[in-house]
Write a new protein. Structure first.
Length: 135
């Protein structure tokens, strides 16, 4: 499987905006995975806004170690019949996650995890946020 948008890079990258896309199919949605042992630098200040992600693998939107980022107004869901690729071929539930302190993740619809952290209401409407506060 692939990712619709993968922010995997080998040098530090910043100020990326991903807005208004529709991703449907056998893939993950928007993903950035980072760990210091992978030999990559972080991605900074990523805005993921108002995207529709309807995919068959776990990572609907995953922003790992992306300081100063903002994820809001997205709709994330798993396609009907989405299952693991190997045994036990269990159904898959798709999530949206941002694990970075100081980043904003709110006002998203995550159908498989409707009360998860990224679904909480934002403190400020879109357009008024600094991208690093609120929530």
């Amino acid at each position: 499987y692939g990712d619709s948008i993968n922010l995997r890079g080998f040098t530090a990258t910043s100020d990326i905006t991903i807005v208004g896309n529709t991703m449907i199919g056998k893939m993950q949605g928007i993903a950035h995975f980072w760990h210091p042992t992978l030999g990559r630098d972080k991605v900074y200040r990523v805005k993921v806004l108002n995207n529709k992600v309807d995919v068959t693998y776990w990572h609907g939107i995953q922003l790992e170690n992306t300081p100063g980022s903002e994820m809001r107004g997205n709709k994330v869901s798993s396609q009907l019949g989405a299952r693991m690729l190997n045994y036990p071929y269990a159904p898959i539930r798709v999530w949206a996650k941002s694990d970075t302190s100081g980043s904003l993740a709110c006002d998203n619809i995550v159908e498989d995890f409707p009360t998860s952290e990224p679904t909480k209401a934002c403190a400020m409407p879109l357009g008024e946020s600094s991208g690093t506060s609120g929530g």
